[in-house]
Structures are given as structure tokens and as C-alpha cells.
Design a protein around this ligand. Structure first.
Ligand SMILES: [Zn+2]
Length: 451
């Protein structure tokens, strides 16, 4: 520790901010460690939904990795999580007297109830909106499977905006359809990619007369179902799923801490979430965000920088289902009266970093403006005030500035929550650039503070 401290004083006092940031990007560009960690996390501990044995193995693995990264301490923060189990592979088959049988690539939506052991076989009613469903009413819907086939809008370059328009079908579609007596729902997977990967994601039962099973179908097969319905409106769809909740489990956030040299009681946090959906390797979502966060300290340590404020690198558990890890972290921070000045998350995939989204008032946002030009040489100078990460969001209070790394979102939803989210889709150089971008902002916040 003493050696690192000496290097800082020696190394950084003579350099201006753009030179220090250039050092960070240069160091990150030759790093192979976080890419390697992501490979092991994705390939050895995929399907690490909270509550599963794989999630615990992933937590242990990341703790071990962090213990070799020169933190002052690495520790676990315990929390209780739900354990939803998908069970046997889901089945989806179109049965048409005119067109025969067609197998579909389907998956249950996260937290859905399963069908009975015999499955459900029912006619299908295709809709594009809740309004359409409402108009059709109970008479048309009772006893049927509601098929929400609204495509994600490919004309929107901000894919998160396009996602936001259709995610309501996934989250509340089952509760909405159950009011009219639907037996189950199936949604078109939320992606603009036309392929055979079904995309899962959390759904919620809310104000519903009955908890009905909820599925997603791959986009290519959503098109087939729609086409066949146009030819045979009486066809039936057979759906079977085996998912259920098991008892809650104990789980953990993993935290690596470096005590601040000048303001040890003022905390800067950076993190990602360790859990991933149980059909995905979780490379983009969010193994990449985890290893980039570890890379923040790896990079700063490598250039001999010792933070003035306490730095915490956090691997949050359970972002995907109930966010109990993020909530636990914030609860404990409040209980201990901790002062978080800045909390940053990386959970938007690991493509080209473009900048940051902040969640703060205009006075605090203005403090970041002078930093913006420093990111221009790296194409990461998009600074907007309009939202942050889900996990760090629980730290929201008057004086904590929240933020999230913005990565190029063009392809993010090709992978999101599906079997297509694999390590092979992550580019090493862009992953490292993301880590350098996070580290550079943290360096600036640490150096200048936010007072
Ligand atoms: Zn995520």
C-alpha cells in the first residue's frame, strides 16, 4: 500500500487531467485481466439467477478475483433473495388442422407460475395493445391465450426507448389479460433481431384475479404464429412450463473497498450486478459491468493512483428479479449513516462507451460539465441528466449523485435476457474502454469532489 501511495504522489502531481486520463485509457487498453474474468464468469457460471447454486459460485469466484486486486478489503454483504426455478424446458407447439404442427422456441417469463403438468392448449388471440385487448373484452378472450405481438420499434436509435414502449406487455401483460379470463399469455420477444432466441425478463402479478402463466416466443416464431393465425384463426397453441418459486435463499453482494486518504468517510461506489437470467451467460448483462467495475480499481492502481475518498467496487446480487442486493446495500448505508457522494453503475452492455447518464439536480449536474471535453478524444463525451443504474438508484437522496455508463445500445437488445447473451458477443477493446471511461470519471470526482 505504501508503495502505491508513493507512486501516486510522484506520478500524478506532475500530470494534468488529460494526461492522467490518457494513462488510464492506455493502461486499460493493454489489460487482459477483466476480459479473462468475464470469460470465466460467462462460461463457468452462466445462468446465475439469484438463489441458484451458480449465483453463489459466481459470487465466490468474483470475491476470489477481487482479493487479488489490491483492495484494502474484500467482503460479502448478506441478503435474502427469492429463488425462482424454471424447471424443465418449456414447450410451445402450434396445432392447426389446416397447417399441421409447428414447434416454437418459447421460454417462461421470470417469476411466472408454471402451467399444469398437462400444459395448456387453447385458441390464440393476437393483439398489439392493451386498448385492443380491452375493446375485445371478456367475450372474445375468455379461455384463450393472449398473444402480444407488438414489435419493438427498430426505427428508434435509442433502443432503450423502444424497449420502454413494449416492456409493459412483459411486466403486466399477464395481469391485464387475466382480468378478461385469458388462460395464459405469450409475448413477442423484446428485440429487433429476427431470430430463434426467446427473451425472458421479469413479470409481475398485480391486481389480478388469477396468476396465469406467461411466456415469450422468439421473434422469428412470433412471425410464424401471426402468419398461421391469419390463415387459420381456429388453430390452437399448446404451452407447457414447469416454473415455480422455491424457498428463499441467503445470498450476497461482493464489495471491494479502498479507504480514502483524505476523506475516508466520503464514499464513491461503482458497480454492476452479478446475477443474470437463467437462460443467459450474462456476458453483456451484466458480467461486463461487473468486470469493468473491478477494472476501475485495477486501472487506477496500475497508474499508481490512490483515491482521496473511499472507493467501493460492488457486485450487486438480484438486480433482475427483486433488487434485494441494491436495496440491502442502501439500507446498510443508511443504517450506518454513510455518506455516498457518488454512485456509478455499468449495466447497459459493454459495447462502445459513449458517455454517462446522471441522476441529480441541475446544480450538481453542472459540476460535471467541465469534465466533458476530457472524454472527447475517446468518443465518450455524451453527458445527459436523466437516469442512473437500478442498483445504485436505491442510494438516491439529496446529496448523492447517481450515474450510469452509456454504451452504444444498438445491439444490446439482440442479446438481452436470452441465450444469445454470450461471451463471444463482447469485444475486448470496447470492454476495456468502458472500464477506462468509468475509471476516468471516478478519478475526476475523487480529485475535485462534488461540494
Ligand atoms: Zn442488467
Amino acid at each position: 500500500m505504501l508503495i502505491a501511495f508513493t507512486v501516486i504522489l510522484f506520478g500524478c502531481t506532475s500530470k494534468n487531467d488529460s494526461e492522467v486520463i490518457a494513462d488510464i485509457y492506455k493502461t486499460a487498453s493493454s489489460d487482459t485481466s477483466i476480459y479473462h474474468t468475464l470469460r470465466v464468469l460467462s462460461k463457468s457460471y452462466p445462468y446465475r439467477l439469484c438463489g441458484t447454486p451458480n449465483s453463489i459460485k459466481a459470487i465466490e469466484y468474483l470475491k476470489g478475483v477481487m482479493e487479488k486486486e489490491n483492495f484494502d478489503k474484500v467482503y460479502l454483504q448478506e441478503c435474502t433473495v427469492a429463488h425462482w426455478d424454471r424447471g424443465a424446458k418449456e414447450v410451445g407447439i402450434i396445432k392447426s388442422s389446416k397447417l399441421g404442427e409447428t414447434k416454437l422456441s418459447v421460454c417462461a417469463l421470470g417469476t411466472s407460475v408454471g402451467t399444469s403438468i398437462d400444459g395448456i392448449n387453447a385458441e390464440v388471440i393476437e393483439v398489439m395493445s392493451f386498448e385492443e385487448l380491452e375493446k375485445l373484452g371478456e367475450k372474445a378472450i375468455k379461455g384463450k391465450i393472449v398473444f402480444f405481438n407488438k414489435p419493438m420499434d427498430a426505427s428508434k436509435t435509442n433502443t432503450f426507448e423502444a424497449y420502454g414502449e413494449v416492456v409493459k406487455f412483459r411486466v403486466t401483460g399477464a395481469s391485464f389479460a387475466a382480468k378478461y379470463g385469458a388462460k395464459a399469455i405469450i409475448i413477442r420477444s423484446i428485440t429487433t433481431s429476427i431470430d430463434t432466441f426467446p427473451h425472458t425478463g421479469v413479470m409481475r402479478y398485480k391486481d389480478t384475479p388469477k396468476e396465469i402463466p406467461a411466456f415469450a416466443v422468439a421473434t422469428k416464431h412470433a412471425d410464424i404464429l401471426s402468419k398461421q393465425l391469419a390463415e387459420d384463426s381456429k388453430l390452437t397453441l399448446y404451452l407447457k412450463s414447469d416454473c415455480k418459486f422455491l424457498p428463499d435463499e441467503i445470498s450476497y453482494n461482493v464489495i471491494g473497498a479502498v479507504e480514502g486518504t483524505t476523506f475516508p468517510k466520503e464514499i464513491i461506489t461503482v458497480g454492476g450486478h452479478v446475477d443474470a437470467w437463467d437462460i443467459a451467460e450474462g456476458a453483456h448483462d451484466d458480467g461486463g459491468g461487473c468486470v469493468q467495475s473491478i477494472g476501475v480499481w485495477h486501472n487506477l492502481y496500475s497508474i499508481g493512483y490512490r483515491p482521496k475518498h473511499t472507493l467501493r467496487v460492488v457486485m450487486f446480487i438480484d438486480e433482475e428479479m427483486n433488487q434485494r442486493g441494491g436495496k440491502k446495500y442502501a439500507e446498510e448505508a443508511k443504517l450506518k449513516n454513510e455518506n455516498h457522494i457518488f454512485a456509478l453503475e455499468s449495466d447497459g452492455g459493454c459495447d462502445k462507451p459513449l458517455g454517462f447518464s446522471f441522476e441529480t439536480d441541475s446544480v450538481n449536474f453542472a459540476k460535471f460539465k467541465p469534465f466533458q471535453n476530457l472524454f472527447e478524444p475517446y468518443g465518450a463525451n455524451l453527458f445527459m441528466n436523466g437516469g442512473s443504474g437500478v442498483d445504485v438508484g436505491f442510494l438516491k437522496q439529496e446529496n448523492t449523485v447517481l450515474a450510469e455508463l452509456i454504451a452504444d445500445p444498438t445491439h444490446y437488445f439482440d442479446f438481452h435476457h436470452s441465450g444469445n447473451d454470450t461471451f463471444e458477443h463482447v469485444n475486448k477493446d470496447l470492454l476495456n474502454q468502458g472500464s477506462a471511461t468509468l475509471a476516468s470519471l471516478i478519478y475526476l470526482v475523487d480529485k475535485y469532489g462534488l461540494k
